[in-house]
Design a protein. Sequence first.
Length: 374
Amino acid sequence: MKNTHLSNKTIFSLFFFTFLILFTSCKEKKKVETEETVKIELNKRSVEAFAVYIENALALNNPEPFNDAFDKAYIRKQISDNSIVYSALDTDFGQAFFESNFRQGDKALDVINRGGDFRFVKYYEKDGEHHIIIRIYRDHSIKIDDYIVDTVDGKLKIKDGFSYTASTTLTNQIRCNMLYDVMNRTNPIGPTRYFEEARDLLAERKGTEALKMLETNRSMLTEYPLYTQYYLQSLMQINPKTYLAKLTEMDGATLDHRSVLLSKFLYYVNTGSVAEAQQIATELIEYTGDDPIYLFMFGLANFYDGDYVTALYCHENALTGMRIVWDIWYNYLECYDQLDDEENFNTILEMGKELYGLSDDELKEISKEVRNKS
């Protein structure tokens, strides 16, 4: 009897474990099939949805989707070709410098909260890569980034891109940012100190001194995209015509054509050069896609040219495709003030309460500020 009992128990155990193995296998298979089912495909529809999700999240005061949108592992590998950066990545301060490059959502939200604007403008595919154009507007200036989106572990991520402002790739910008931060920390009296000096001189409107200092130390500084930016700012302070000529000279040589177009556009807008601004905007749109911000900027060019009616017309049309931002609201006031249109001036001024929560006293100060400019 004893032997029979043991035999039955053994048979039961075998049956139980066989069932467990089969159950586990089926569960694993189901899990794999589920993961494969929800895997995101890389195509126009998914990439556009990815960009819209980032834009909508920022509109809802949530920066995290944009902060988390980058393929950090890929970028880290790319920038590790620089020995200084590679060594720094193993340190706490180096890792902190690296991570700081990916708080783009925080930066974009700060711009929005300060009266600026963020917009996904265009998707396109080129050479098998999927691109999204992101535009940020603030203080009569535009920042444009062309990001390349790919899949990483079943998720969409930005792996590289191109900055119209810095005229360099995303990975190179991060590499140079890292190099700058590391060198500034480990060797504060080294080459990076010249950038600090250039920034201070430009802030004091000492463009001639800044340019001389940059040109003297050119060989040590040209690997940083910041060099070109400060160099051009110096020229702008000294002689705007020289600035434009230099932009043309650098086009296709040391500056990407897209970056030259953006720089020229901003120059023409802020100097009231209406025809030139319109021409450059038409060229830019071929790369970036149409964007209502161009209408607003064209309105600014007309405002600076003294054509306030056309400026208002441009603003009104821009607002059919974007929300009102501080500068549009403020420029409305400036236009109506120049036209001596008291009724519309007061109507727009009163909108400041609903748009920005401004008090009566604050509106009085703004009204006084605008009228004093006339």
